[in-house]
Design a protein around this ligand. Structure first.
Ligand code: TYD
Length: 138
């Protein structure tokens, strides 16, 4: 099987002199049902977040404010997605290693997830992730 890929989703935007609006609806813009939302903010300069994979959880990550990079590793190659627009979401399927870095001051990352929080769903060990990823591709 081909390695999985993260992909940028161009979200609907309603540009308006009164201010812009962007929307996400379950199943319409994203290929999963939203079970959970969380956000990462006040990240000190130079810090990394993430640095793990999920066995099952899928997610969409949006830079609501400011900018940061999302580094995606599918076990074969690494890609960097610079996020700096609130109408682009990065869809991250399960089974990909992901890190977030280079947060600008006052950046705000929204993460919409397909599952409830479950510590057991995390793969924190990179070698364990590689083994999981290779097994999935067979
Ligand atoms: P974690 O996912 O490890 O953050 P990051 O990947 O950015 O380093 O979560 C950090 C802490 O927050 C951890 O103690 C668990 C807690 N947490 C929840 O309780 N519920 C959640 O939905 C998330 C994402 C984290």
């Amino acid at each position: 099987m081909e390695p999985k890929q993260a992909k940028i989703i161009d979200l609907p935007k309603f540009f308006d002199e009164r201010g812009n609006l962007t929307v996400i609806e379950n199943a319409r813009e994203i290929p999963f049902t939203i079970r959970r939302a969380y956000w990462v903010y006040d990240v000190p300069g130079g810090e990394h977040r993430g640095g793990h994979a999920y066995r099952n959880n899928q997610e969409l990550i949006v830079a609501l404010s400011g900018s940061f990079d999302i580094i995606i590793d599918n076990g074969v190659e690494r890609q960097v997605f610079p996020m700096n627009r609130s109408y682009f979401g990065l869809y991250v399927p399960s089974g990909l290693w992901r890190e977030m870095a280079n947060f600008s001051t006052n950046s705000l990352a929204l993460i919409l997830s397909s599952t409830a929080y479950d510590e057991a769903d995390y793969l924190y060990d990179y070698d364990e992730f590689l083994a999981f990823s290779q097994h999935e591709r067979k």
